[in-house]
Design a binder for this molecule. Structure first.
Ligand code: FE2
Ligand code: FE2
Length: 166
């Protein structure tokens, strides 16, 4: 039975999907990555992004409020897939490669979040919800910055590891 019949229904569903991702990242995934990595640069980056991610949760909840809806997380199968892929790769990789595995998983997750926010922003704009656009855009900007940082850390790490493990 379909229960999504208007663009607003779809928007709220997609908003619940990103709420699920942000909550998981804040409560489980980023704290786990912080304890898993050895690189100081990566750890500090994940700690910074954990703080930002808590703000992302609040912003998304506020967007629900703006639309007069109750915040409701929807299980995000895409994110669960990324997590499963990460866990499998960790189990197949030597300890020396874990930082690179984590950096790659973090970059994929940022791309996923960026895609989600870009599509939510386009919908909010088309629905005339300009305050929602502003809040979602705050999150999007921080995701883009986090992606640049993790890509830069991965580049440095790849060079170091390539020398050390050659
Ligand atoms: Fe986020
Ligand atoms: Fe993020």
């Amino acid at each position: 039975m379909s229960h999504l019949s208007t663009p607003r229904d779809l928007f709220l569903h997609e908003l619940g999907d990103i709420l699920y991702v942000e909550q998981k990242l804040a409560e489980e995934t980023l704290p786990k990555l912080i304890t898993e990595v050895q690189s100081e640069e990566l750890r500090k980056g994940f700690e910074r992004h954990l703080d930002q991610t808590r703000g992302h949760v609040t912003n998304v909840e506020q967007v629900f409020d703006m639309l007069g809806a109750q915040p409701k997380a929807e299980e995000c199968i895409g994110f669960e897939g990324l997590k499963k892929e990460h866990d499998q790769l960790v189990s197949e990789s030597s300890q020396a490669l874990i930082d690179l595995v984590d950096a790659g998983a973090a970059a994929r997750t940022e791309h996923y979040e960026i895609a989600a926010y870009e599509s939510l922003i386009a919908m909010a704009r088309a629905m005339g919800e300009s305050d929602a656009v502003t809040l979602l855009d705050e999150n999007l900007k921080e995701e883009k910055k986090a992606l640049r940082e993790v890509e830069s850390a991965a580049k440095t790490l790849t060079k170091e590891k390539s020398k050390a493990l050659a």
